[in-house]
Write a protein that binds this ligand. Sequence first.
Ligand code: PEP
Ligand code: CO
Length: 461
Amino acid sequence: MSANDSPELLTITPQGWNPGSWRSFPAVQQPDWPDEAAHEAVLKKLATYPPLVFAGESRALMRSLGEVSAGRAFLLQAGDCAESFDSYDANSIRERLRVILQMAIILTYSAGVPVVKVGRIAGQFGKPRSSPTETIDGVDLPSFRGHNVNDIGFDAESRKPNPKRLLRAYNQSASTLNLLRAFTKGGFADLSRVHQWNQEFVSTSPQGQRYERLAGEIERALRFMKACGLNHDTIPALHDVDVFTSHEALLLGFEEALTRRDSLTGAWYDCSGHMVWIGERTRELSGAHIEFFRGISNPVGCKLGPTATVEETLGICDALNPSRIPGRLTLISRMGAANVREALPPLLRAVKDAGHPVVWACDPMHGNTYTSPTGHKTRHFDSILAEIRGFFAAHAEVGTWPGGVHVELTGDNVTECVGGSDELLDGDLPLRYETMCDPRLNGRQSLDLAFDVAEMLRSSQ
Ligand code: PEP
Ligand code: CO
């Protein structure tokens, strides 16, 4: 049975669950709010605010992800590691959307597979940290946990968690989403604009020229379709696209405040984003995050790093998708290029044998981070690609569908990851290293990646 046939399937609230039931479970990676009453007052206020997304939209995404789990579509989930309160303007949102649309068109056209587009956007603020404190020159301060918690500056005032930031995160998410809706439904995403999507700094590069050729072919195909009587009026998909939002649902108080009952089906939805995921550091089966996620009806994801066992993975599937609804659960493997060939196949086999209809996505970023001699946290394009190759090879070995990729990128011309066909070097990193958290692929590297993944996808069919 698919979510398509029965959107009511998730209306049965799991036993003992309510939007706040996570509070009796151990919640890791939550900030130490200096004034808990002030934090609770902010949450109370947020609970009165309008939902950011609507249940029907999340259900539409779940149906599309159901197609991915059945091997008939591919998931592209991409965006910032952490959105910022500082670099927040219409241009940067448009550039991020633009690069996602370009990648999707490369994948769709070259591999002939529909692409489900999900941004790490309009809510991707909270960051889990490996240590609660950071020490520089003997000074010990709370770690930066994302702009919805504290600020990145290394002084006591900046690092003090401030719950008012949650209100600002809500407002920024709302206006980002508003712009995304305008761009995706208001003409910017029209397929006849494939040429215009090519950014200026990209179009002069080899990747940009390769993209131009592909856009030329698409234009010819569109002219052919038009001549056959198929045009914009008869096919709305030519001028509208669906780009969904997602983030790591880390701060459970915030997520609880935005969890609402859908009036149509009676089911609970976390209306802070269409899809939410659990990070590698918060996926403990007996923990608060799993408790919260099991009762919301959105499509959900869970990261799986190299230490994930078969038991844990099956436990996550059973906890989050007991009714085995296709598209409900995306498992995001982030093993590292060196581990993926060994670590992934046993998990793929176990999930397949258990009959769980999951989407398997590859996050080739988080297992391949290192510090360059310049002191910057970076990733090499070759390792990113190597992990995706290993991911495809693991699926080919087990006979499962390599459902998608989950990447950190920006449309801007930053220098945060090394390699790619521009051969960015360690020494280039200080030029434009602008990320709030992890290093992102720039626009050109993102197109490089899309062409390479399209080839893998084509040969895996
Ligand atoms: C992230 O996606 O930015 C992240 C922190 O990933 P992970 O939970 O896989 O470490
Ligand atoms: Co990250």
